[in-house]
Design a binder for this molecule. Structure first.
Ligand code: MN
Length: 199
């Protein structure tokens, strides 16, 4: 299959004022599009052309050495960004709901403590990468990953993620990554997060 960039489920300016229109436009139409294009190129000749992105990222050890890095970087870039766009919304529940709410309180003590630990993962990711809420064996934790490495390559299910590459926030927040991380909670789509947790 050839991977394609999905349209955003909202307009470019829908995430204002937390994320400005220009950032969303460049991030989706240029950065994410480039990951999709390069992922398709990287997959040629690997024997994994018909697999899903989840299957591919869960089996990187089976990709030929000379192709593995490109598949990991661009496949991870496609996967991580698809989830990032999905997990944000201009509306929706403002706090965790249902089973995920209970699981967050069980794992972290409270929603506030979870947010603190998640932001800490984002702040302390040196250079470019991601902070993610993940699940393994039914248990929640927060992790950070370098570049476009995806937690699913480590056997996790990703419930939500935040992009801490400078291209995600620099136009509006400049060097203030911590402010972006704090503001970003206003956008999280907890209805989708709950669905992902239950699936
Ligand atoms: Mn990005």
């Amino acid at each position: 299959m050839t991977f394609e960039l999905e349209k955003l489920p909202y307009s470019y300016d829908a995430l204002e004022p937390v994320i400005d229109e220009e950032t969303v436009k460049i991030h989706h139409d240029k950065h994410h599009q480039a990951y999709v294009n390069n992922f398709n190129k990287a997959l040629e000749g690997t024997g994994f052309e018909e697999k899903t992105v989840e299957e591919i990222l869960s089996n990187l050890d089976k990709i030929a050495d000379e192709k593995r890095n490109a598949v990991k970087n661009h496949g991870g870039g496609h996967y991580n960004h698809s989830l990032y766009w999905e997990i944000m919304t201009p509306g929706g529940s403002k706090e965790p709901i249902g089973n995920l709410k209970k699981a967050i309180e069980e794992a972290f003590g409270s929603f506030e403590e979870f947010k603190t630990q998640f932001e800490q993962k984002g702040k302390t990711q040196f250079g470019s990468g991601w902070a993610s809420l993940v699940k393994k064996d039914g248990k929640l934790s927060v992790v950070n990953n370098l570049n476009q490495d995806s937690p699913i390559s480590d056997g996790y299910v990703v419930i939500l993620n935040n992009d801490v590459w400078e291209h995600a926030y620099y136009l509006k927040y400049q060097n203030k990554r911590a402010d972006y991380l704090t503001e970003w909670w206003k956008l999280v789509n907890w209805d989708i997060a709950e669905q992902r947790f239950n699936s």
